[in-house]
Design a protein around this ligand. Structure first.
Ligand SMILES: [Zn+2]
Length: 135
């Protein structure tokens, strides 16, 4: 069964919400036709009246459950389940970031060792080269 969704204001619960979009004139239909939707939504109820602080969220019409998109999917699932998946996703990002930082620090340390070794061997190398010329 396809989930039926409604958008509601999370502050006042109203379904009188609006969404940014653009339309183009359709001469066949003799009307403006929706061509694209953007990211911004707002509540149009008398209580909120377009306030920037309210947020619009999807809800399941049949169960009343608040919904969210899980990581890597555009199919809405119950918010509680999505929150668990997003928390795991954030932990994975943090672990990847920590591993990347550790790798960078390790590479930086190796770079410092290489510089130190190169600096220690350069005078020696120069001497042996000058010795070779004298032979
Ligand atoms: Zn509202």
């Amino acid at each position: 069964m396809t989930r039926r969704i409604e958008m509601r204001c999370t502050y006042c619960g109203s379904t009188d919400v609006r969404h940014d979009a653009s339309a183009e004139w359709d001469p066949e239909a003799q009307d403006w036709v929706l061509v694209d939707t953007y990211d911004h939504s707002w509540c149009n109820s008398d209580k909120c009246d377009g306030r920037e602080t309210c947020s619009i969220a999807p809800f399941d019409i049949d169960t009343g459950e608040e919904l969210r998109e899980p990581p890597d999917s555009f199919e809405y699932i119950p918010k509680a389940e999505a929150d668990v998946l997003w928390a795991a996703e954030r932990e994975r990002w943090m672990a990847e970031r920590a591993a990347r930082k550790a790798r960078e620090k390790h590479e930086q340390h190796i770079g410092e060792i290489e510089k130190t070794l190169a600096a220690a061997h350069l005078p020696f190398g120069s001497k042996s080269e000058s010795l070779d010329h004298s032979i």
